[in-house]
Design a binder for this molecule. Structure first.
Ligand SMILES: Cc1ncc(COP(=O)(O)O)c(C=O)c1O
Length: 465
């Protein structure tokens, strides 16, 4: 069985365990029955890739669903089964699959040459667009979210000549050493809420480095203040997802981000918004615009490049100088790759327009409302949350505000069963208890109807109504 590092939630809602277990067995059998080709691919793939997947976040029991192709809101697996895609490549494909506008731009760029490791017009246009969206004057490019957060942390450290950084407990900010800390720690190791233990997320990270990353609970400004005081003069920066999106979705409490901003300024630390998930999905200017708090750096990737591997970091003029002076080396062969820039330019200027964000928001509101109606009708211990293109049903009987709530209140068995129902009813969803749906501009009412039908069949069976 694949061990998913992240499924640590231990909440147990009042839903009858025997019923959950019985339905899980049934749905797992059904899943196996309709994915035989994926099983064969899995057997082949595991001989050449650990776990049969290119990235461990794609691991899944009993096997991953191998995808053949996608078009608009739909994907087809290697068995030829059609699904409406709400996974959307971990929140990348807001433009819909095989988007013709992005396709044309990429094809045109291909014929003009795809890589020079010299700047092209595309990189200027994309930087200009991101500057308008995020209100930060200087931009650099990377190839992934991990590279974006890594560069941002190098920059915070280099600019301040300090070593410590603060990150949020239960946040996943990429897989480099500085942030593979307290991403999904177990309850037995987290330590006191006021001073959480820094816990390496897996092996391979020297403890000396782990100690330099100080975790704080989300939505707890007093605790953050305490950590800043304890490490006075040592904190280079704080990296934070303005709305947490790797343990379902947790929005910031009123005034929290403003206080984070104040504390960073007061203590001479750079505020880094990890907008890898929120950036191009929750509004035209991401969380920065949506919540109205200005960070010193914004890290982007995922949806900005329309399905191509691109990332970006926005920064203040002062931090731009640190890069320009080469005090901190922000470098990479593929940074600003013309093909990726062509995809990003088409995505940001022609596809994900203001109108597109309005459509995503209203489709999301409708999906959330309809899921909430089902939650209420069947008395499920759950609620809906979301913004922009992102949303989820959180299987907790009351609101969660941070990682420890997630760990103790979310019913992972119920969430896993809901995932199986979706996958068995033609809805392609992110595996894992902690994820959310991502809408694309290709989602229409009929697709939302299909999601709601699948969810209702789950709700009805699991509550025996
Ligand atoms: C908030 C956040 N930051 C950073 C990353 C890392 O991005 P990538 O997988 O492109 O390296 C992720 C990936 O899921 C993420 O969700």
């Amino acid at each position: 069985m694949a061990q998913k590092a992240t499924q640590a939630a231990t909440g147990e809602s009042p839903i009858d365990r025997k019923r959950i277990n019985k339905l899980t067995e049934q749905q797992m059998a059904r899943f196996r029955e309709h994915t035989p080709a994926s099983a064969e691919y899995f057997d082949r793939a595991r001989k050449v890739m650990p776990g049969g997947v290119p990235s461990s976040f794609q691991l899944n029991d009993p096997w991953p669903v191998y995808i053949d192709r996608g078009k608009g809101a739909l994907v087809w697996d290697v068995d030829g089964e059609e699904y409406v895609d709400f996974h959307n490549g971990f929140g990348v494909m807001c433009i819909g699959h095989a988007n013709p506008v992005v396709g044309e731009a990429v094809k045109a760029r291909h014929d003009l040459g795809t890589h020079f490791a010299a700047p092209t017009n595309g990189s200027i246009v994309v930087a200009e667009n991101l500057k308008r969206r995020f209100n930060l004057p200087q931009w650099r490019f990377t190839n992934s979210g991990t590279e974006s957060t890594m560069s941002a942390i190098h920059l915070a450290r280099g600019a301040t000549d300090r070593d410590y950084i603060i990150k949020v407990e239960g946040s996943y900010d990429g897989h480099h050493d500085a942030v593979m800390v307290s991403s999904y720690p177990g309850l037995e190791e987290v330590g006191p809420l006021e001073r959480p233990n820094p816990i390496a997320f897996g092996a391979g990270y020297p403890q000396a480095l782990v100690e330099l990353t100080r975790p704080v609970p989300f939505n707890e400004p007093e605790i953050l203040e305490g950590i800043f005081k304890e490490f006075e003069g040592k904190i280079a920066g704080m990296i934070i997802e303005p709305a947490m999106m790797n343990i379902n979705i947790i929005p910031p409490k009123e005034g929290y981000l403003e206080r984070v901003r104040e504390l960073c300024t007061e203590h001479g630390a750079h505020l880094i918004f990890d907008e890898v998930k929120t950036g191009a999905t929750i509004s035209h200017g991401g969380a920065t615009q949506r919540f109205g708090v200005q960070p010193d750096m914004v890290c982007l990737a995922k949806a900005i490049a329309g399905g191509y591997p691109g990332g970006a970091i926005g920064m203040t003029e002062e931090l731009g100088e640190v890069v320009y002076s080469d005090k901190v080396h922000q470098i990479g062969t593929f940074n600003g790759n013309p093909l990726v820039m062509a995809a990003a330019e088409a995505t940001l200027t022609d596809v994900l327009t203001q109108d597109a964000y309005e459509k995503l928001e209203s489709t999301n509101e409708s999906l959330k409302e309809r899921c909430q109606e089902i939650v209420d009708k069947y008395g499920l211990p759950a609620y809906t949350e979301g913004m922009g293109a992102k949303g989820c049903v959180i299987f907790a009987p009351e609101r969660i505000y941070g990682y420890r709530d997630y760990l103790t209140k979310v019913d992972a068995e119920l969430a896993t069963l809901a995932w199986l129902y979706h996958m068995n009813h033609g809805i392609f969803m992110t595996p894992g208890v902690e994820e959310e749906w991502t809408l694309s501009i290709a989602h229409e009412d009929e697709h939302i109807d299909r999601y709601v039908e699948a969810f209702e069949s789950f709700a009805s069976d699991v509550t025996g109504s």
